[in-house]
Design a protein around this ligand. Structure first.
Ligand SMILES: [Ca+2]
Length: 328
């Protein structure tokens, strides 16, 4: 079976770790590289987190690249403590003092352009953090998007419901200009898992318990990093997600990754043009769906709306049974 070539762009928090493990476990996926961006933590923490995930899964041969440390415009002082200040729940000790030696010298944006140029129309790019590296890639190489096979994004929203601000989702709110550039200029086939899509397909806490209590190093790692994190606690104080969608456990980035691994996980999408709002005190960073084509844009994207939760759950389950013995 020919493998799907994938680059993962990540701001490695806990849900990114989950999504990366899902890709590592998928027999049909070959990861060409992991590119890091600020977001859930500072980019230096993100790099260390990715190395940690690859180490747990015994896949350290996959190259990791350091990318943007902040948004295109404005200061990057708004890093969330959603998954702890280190992005992985602030519970890991024994940090690797040699981590910088394990990061490739090439910048993430250059690496992205090179890997995609070497494998034109064959690479799926899965973007799990603020879209800064992608925006820079299209500025450095305007042909970058057309060299991609397709693009999968976790980010944005479809109903104006926000998690960090009233109307904006975290990844887009962290760098609205980059989100705007990507959704205007990446004319490749694009699939987007919005905040609402992820939340509407939340899983039960009983499933979460079963997931992290599996007998494998990856499951034990996930159990550790979620152990003190309010976002993975069913007893957590009421948050916006519960108010809008009711209780449940949501591994946001895994929804975009699952769609890339197996397209049949997504059972329904809306195909329409979209635009990211850059102005305003309430709506900056919000994604608007243009279902009547008011903007007269020629490019449409696929905004996921329905998920085969059984298939998705199965991919999650398998993702934590690592390291797995795979033929090289
Ligand atoms: Ca992320």
């Amino acid at each position: 079976m020919a493998k799907k070539l994938v680059i993962i762009d990540t701001d490695c928090g806990i849900d990114d770790a989950q999504a990366i493990m899902m890709a590592l476990a998928a027999p049909n996926i070959e990861i060409l590289g992991v590119t890091c961006v600020f977001g859930n933590a500072a980019v230096k923490n993100v790099c260390q987190n990715v190395l940690r995930v690859l180490s747990v899964c015994e896949r350290e041969q996959i190259p990791v690249f350091k990318g943007s440390g902040g948004p295109l415009v404005g200061a990057s002082n708004t890093i969330s403590d959603h998954f702890g200040t280190d992005g992985l729940g602030d519970v890991l000790e024994d940090r690797d003092p040699q981590w910088e030696d394990k990061i490739q010298r090439e910048h993430a944006v250059n690496a992205m352009i090179r890997l995609v140029s070497e494998n034109q129309k064959q690479v799926s790019l899965v973007a799990l953090g603020p879209l800064t590296n992608l925006a820079l890639a299209v500025r450095l190489d305007p042909c970058f998007p057309e060299k991609l096979k397709d693009l999968y994004i976790m980010g944005g929203n479809m109903e104006g419901k926000g998690n960090v601000t009233l109307c904006a989702e975290f990844n887009f709110a962290m760098d609205p200009e980059s989100a705007y550039i990507v959704l205007e200029e990446f004319l490749c086939t694009t699939h987007l898992a919005s905040w609402e899509y992820s939340c509407r397909n939340a899983l039960k806490w009983e499933f979460f318990d079963e997931l992290i209590n599996q007998d494998a190093p990856a499951a034990r790692f996930m159990k550790t990093i979620t152990s003190k994190c309010w976002a993975y606690s069913k007893e957590a104080m009421v948050n916006k997600r519960d108010v809008y969608f009711g209780p449940g456990f949501v591994s946001y980035d895994a929804y975009a990754m699952a769609a890339c691994i197996d397209g049949s996980v997504v059972t329904e999408s809306i195909e329409c043009p979209v635009r990211v709002e850059l102005q305003g005190s309430i709506c900056r960073g919000m994604m608007a769906l243009d279902r009547t084509n008011s903007l007269k844009k020629s490019h449409t994207i696929f905004v996921m709306t329905k998920c085969n939760v059984a298939k998705f759950s199965q991919l999650l389950m398998e993702s934590l049974r690592q390291p797995c013995k795979k033929s090289p």
